[in-house]
Every structure is written in structure tokens, then in C-alpha cells.
Design a binder for this molecule. Structure first.
Ligand SMILES: [Zn+2]
Length: 252
């Protein structure tokens, strides 16, 4: 009698590459903004609605309307829709960038917004996450930042959940997540590596969404941090333009 022992050697490999797609039912309600529908938020005991804000690679378009008046280069997602509680967040290392660097740049970028808003704690304290983000398009009790594979041409997506309609005083943001697309090469400093995406430059823009600001697509506004397009090598959004300061002060 013989005993056959079959041993399946599992190849040693890296963790599967996380891939994220907008849910099929996500509806584009304005340029680059997709409604994710409603969900119950345990922390606030409220029904909230989620939006995925998609940041595309690209340059200033020439089709913007021009008129005698200078355009407003700031906009909020909804009047009064802002953070009213302070929630902490976590970041997962990825795309060759270390966790300590990511934590430092995200914290610095949050501080940059908070200083001009004269609000010392809009987004709370960050830490390094263990494991991986599960599903950025489903509401959970975590505010998480991660790298992952997104649709071609998308640099990053920020998902925010909150109450955007009804009486202004009732509106609030209750959750956020961010995914940065691993289709691109990322760098700590695009001044040194101009063929790569500058994480700081993109992150401060995405954090504007986490706080309630909208993208600006008027090409006359291409110098502001909340301008809706970005590209490799760009570093000009690392600091805020006067319009960004005006925008955040509409909320906080
Ligand atoms: Zn954006």
C-alpha cells in the first residue's frame, strides 16, 4: 500500500495587487463626481450619501468660458457640508513610497489647509495602517489612504460620505477614503524625478476634497490647488493659492 502525498507548493509572491473600480451603479452627477448612493452611518446615526471624486490626468482645456469677470477659482461640494467631528485616519504604504514619508506629507498637507482655515483639527491624526484598505467605495468606520490600481487616466480618487442636501445647518461630512493609482510612478519629489507623480502635489488636492472642496475646471484657474487636472512632474499645487484659501474658509 502506498500513500501518495501531493504537495502543492504555493509560489511565494507579493500580496495581490489591489484593483478598484467604481461600482457599476455609480452615477456621474457632475464632471468627475460620481454618486455612490446612500448608506447608514453608525457613528452619526444618519443616512448619508457617498461621492467619488475622480482626479484625471490632463492639462488646462481651452474650452473654458471667458468673460469680463474673473472666474471664481474655488467651490465647495455643498454649502455647509463640512466636518463637525474629528476622526483619525490611516495610510498604507505603496507604490514604492514608505509609510513614514506618506504619513508625514499627508499630515503636512492637512496642516496646510487647517492653518489657513484657522481650524486646528479638521481631519484628525494619521497613523500607519496594518493590512490593506478593503473597499473604498463602501462606507465603513475607517478613513483610509491607499495605493491601488484604478482606471486608466485617473490619478487618484477621493471618496467622501456625508449629508449634502436639506437644511444647511444639518449638513456634514462623516467619512473619507483615498486611492492613488499605481498605473503611475510616484515620487517623494518630482523636482528630482519630473517623469513621476509628486505625491505631495496630488495629496494636498485630494485632501481638499476630504474637507469638502470641489474640483475647479475653468482653465483660467489652472494654478490653484483645487484645479481638476494634474500631471507628472507638477509641484505647483504643494502650496495653496488665494482662491483655495477663500474656498476652505467658506466651510470652516
Ligand atoms: Zn480633484
Amino acid at each position: 500500500m502506498s500513500l501518495l502525498v501531493v504537495s502543492l507548493a504555493l509560489p511565494v509572491s507579493a500580496a495581490p495587487k489591489a484593483s478598484f473600480s467604481l461600482p457599476a451603479q455609480a452615477l456621474e452627477v457632475s464632471q468627475g463626481v460620481f454618486s455612490l448612493g446612500q448608506a447608514y452611518d453608525i457613528a452619526s446615526d444618519k443616512i448619508v450619501e457617498g461621492y467619488a471624486v475622480v482626479h484625471k490626468k490632463g492639462y488646462a482645456r481651452s474650452s473654458a468660458t471667458r468673460g469680463p469677470k474673473a472666474p471664481k477659482c474655488y467651490a465647495v461640494m455643498a454649502d455647509g457640508a463640512k466636518w463637525k467631528t474629528v476622526e483619525n485616519w490611516e495610510v498604507f504604504a505603496g507604490a514604492g513610497l514608505g509609510g513614514a514619508f506618506l504619513l508625514d506629507r499627508l499630515t503636512h498637507s492637512i496642516n496646510t489647509w487647517e492653518i489657513v482655515a484657522t481650524n486646528p483639527n479638521i481631519l484628525g491624526v494619521g497613523s500607519l495602517g496594518a493590512g490593506a484598505i478593503v473597499d473604498p467605495f463602501t462606507l465603513d468606520n475607517e478613513n483610509q489612504v491607499s495605493f491601488g490600481d484604478l482606471e486608466n487616466g485617473t490619478i487618484a480618487v477621493t471618496v467622501v460620505w456625508g449629508i449634502w442636501g436639506g437644511p444647511t445647518f444639518n449638513r456634514q461630512i462623516v467619512a473619507w477614503d483615498q486611492i492613488y493609482n499605481t498605473d503611475y510612478s510616484w515620487t517623494e519629489d518630482a523636482l528630482l524625478e519630473p517623469t513621476k507623480m509628486d505625491f505631495w502635489n496630488i495629496a494636498i488636492h485630494e485632501l481638499g476634497h476630504s474637507m469638502g472642496l470641489s474640483d475647479i475646471y475653468n482653465s483660467s484657474c489652472s494654478e490653484v490647488t483645487m484645479y481638476g487636472y494634474g500631471t507628472e512632474g507638477e509641484t505647483k499645487k504643494r502650496d495653496l493659492a488665494p482662491a483655495d484659501v477663500t474656498g476652505i474658509n467658506l466651510l470652516y
